[in-house]
Design a binder for this molecule. Structure first.
Ligand code: FES
Length: 183
């Protein structure tokens, strides 16, 4: 048994010895409820959306799995990455629903995550170079590890023939009290 396992065992025994079995079960139920509430909150943040003038930001024919292409949207100083995933994604565009785009600035404290942080084999962006947050690109940029508590802003995409068109943003860009009014 490792030191860590021993420490957990001691803590568990302490909890069990200081409350009834019923109380322990109620506490367990509360913890699950907190996680469920947090999950709903993260999804609710994804529902905060901003619409912008439609802008062609790339071509389907230029994409390939594992490759990320930088583009600016909705203003010239906001950088995002356009990516084709190996699997279907929430908000994914195209016939396979696997074309996605996300902002490059970590919602924790503004770390930059560029093409090097795109891990196509896991469909994630990260870890962030500052505090290692990593974001699931198949689940609207939801945090999967690290310090961030908000999802990565996702660019809303449409496909028209070979053109990839950005139409808005789900989530709040880091450093903004509200998303910019547009280009
Ligand atoms: S700035 Fe990205 S994890 Fe802290």
């Amino acid at each position: 048994m490792t030191q860590a396992t021993k420490a957990k065992g001691v803590g568990h025994e302490h909890v069990c010895s200081s409350m009834s079995r019923r109380g322990f079960l109620i506490l367990g139920g509360s913890a699950i409820t907190v996680l469920a509430t947090y999950g709903s909150g993260a999804e609710a943040q994804d529902l905060v959306s901003s619409s912008y003038v439609r802008k062609v930001i790339g071509k389907v024919s230029d994409l390939e799995p594992g490759k990320a292409i930088a583009f600016n949207y909705p203003t010239d100083d906001i950088e995002n990455l356009l990516m084709m995933l190996n699997e279907e994604a929430g908000g994914g565009a195209g016939a396979a629903r696997n074309i996605v785009a996300f902002n490059t600035i970590c919602p924790h404290m503004g770390g930059y995550m560029g093409e090097a942080e795109f891990k196509a084999q896991h469909s994630v962006l990260g870890p962030c170079p500052l505090h290692l947050s990593t974001f699931d690109l198949t689940k609207h940029g939801m945090i999967v590890s690290g310090h961030a508590v908000e999802s990565l802003p996702q660019i809303v995409l449409e496909i028209d023939g070979d053109e990839i068109i950005a139409t808005g943003v789900m989530g709040l860009f880091y450093g903004y009290s509200q998303n910019p009014s547009g280009a």
